[in-house]
Design a protein around this ligand. Structure first.
Ligand code: ADP
Ligand code: MG
Length: 268
């Protein structure tokens, strides 16, 4: 076997409800790289994102996903998150009754405690209490500034009545607080007007500048997001397989020519 890359999807086959959706998909990412996956609707982009993050409805029937040389397929979603894999959802869910601040603080503390326990043979050392409130407030305020949301945002119920732009900002706030090693952004541009798109993209860019070892996988149907988050590598996903790979110029080509030239010709 070849030496695995930092993050590697190998010949991945995934079924949903018994139907094959991903059909031998390959993808390699090194730490710090920004990759984009583009593809028409229904090609399997979200299926890949959910499968990477460990959603139980997605059945892996073949292949593997390796992170730093280890298969993550046996890990539940929370363990993958602790390992440093983050997914920003295409359709974030609302949690009425739970404020943005409480949600984020709970998530950050769960991460800190799980990490401490893992380093201590599975037992949480009693002195580990999680983040202090002043510390948490400071990091949150800083992240909110990057995403240009005002102070009242933290006190609102998560995604409850949020606009499309606010939902996506809440996703990137989570990313800012959890500091993943691999961030997967599924259609973070959907439902955003140009101002929101710019702010959300800037947020991602600032986080990447601050931690240049973080890898970002941007999944999008449209080229326009890639004007703001600049990928070094572009992959095209059609019908459950990668059909083309290139640099940023490939995204521009897709913008001009659409996806049809990359589809397999119909067999008569
Ligand atoms: P994309 O994100 O590229 O638009 P998806 O990964 O969401 O594509 O979907 C790929 C295919 O899987 C589509 O044909 C879609 O209809 C199907 N699919 C997605 N989710 C489900 C589901 N929960 N149940 C059944 N089929 C699904
Ligand atoms: Mg999708």
């Amino acid at each position: 076997m070849e030496t695995p890359k930092w993050f590697e999807v190998r010949d991945l086959h995934v079924n949903i409800a018994g139907k094959p959706i991903l059909k031998g998909l390959n993808l390699s990412i090194n730490a710090g790289e920004i990759h984009a996956i583009m593809g028409p609707n229904g090609s399997g982009k979200s299926t890949l994102a959910y499968t990477i993050s460990g959603h139980p409805a997605y059945e892996v029937t073949g292949g593997d996903i390796l992170f730093k040389g280890e298969s993550i397929l046996g890990l539940q979603a929370d363990a993958r998150s602790r390992a440093g894999i983050f997914l920003a959802f295409q359709y974030p869910v609302a949690i009425p009754g739970v404020t943005v601040a409480n949600f984020l603080r709970t998530a950050v503390n769960a991460r800190i405690k799980a990490d401490a326990a893992a380093k201590n043979g599975g037992v949480l050392p009693p002195q580990v209490k999680g983040v202090t409130l002043p510390e948490f407030r400071k990091t949150l305020r800083d992240a909110m500034k990057i995403l240009r949301v005002d102070d009242s945002f933290a006190g609102r119920y998560l995604n409850d009545g949020f606009s499309g732009g606010e939902k996506k900002r809440a996703e990137i706030l989570q990313m800012a607080m959890l500091k993943p090693q691999l961030a997967v952004l599924d259609e973070t541009d959907s439902g955003l007007d140009i101002d929101a798109l710019r702010i959300v993209s800037e947020g991602v860019n600032v986080l990447h500048e601050r931690d240049q070892s973080m890898a970002v996988l941007v999944i999008t149907h449209y080229q326009r997001l890639l004007n703001y988050i600049k990928p070094q590598f572009v992959h095209v996903l059609i019908n459950g397989q990668m059909v083309e790979e290139g640099g940023p110029e490939l995204a521009l080509q897709l913008e001009e020519r659409g996806y049809d030239w990359l589809r397999e010709p119909e067999v008569a």
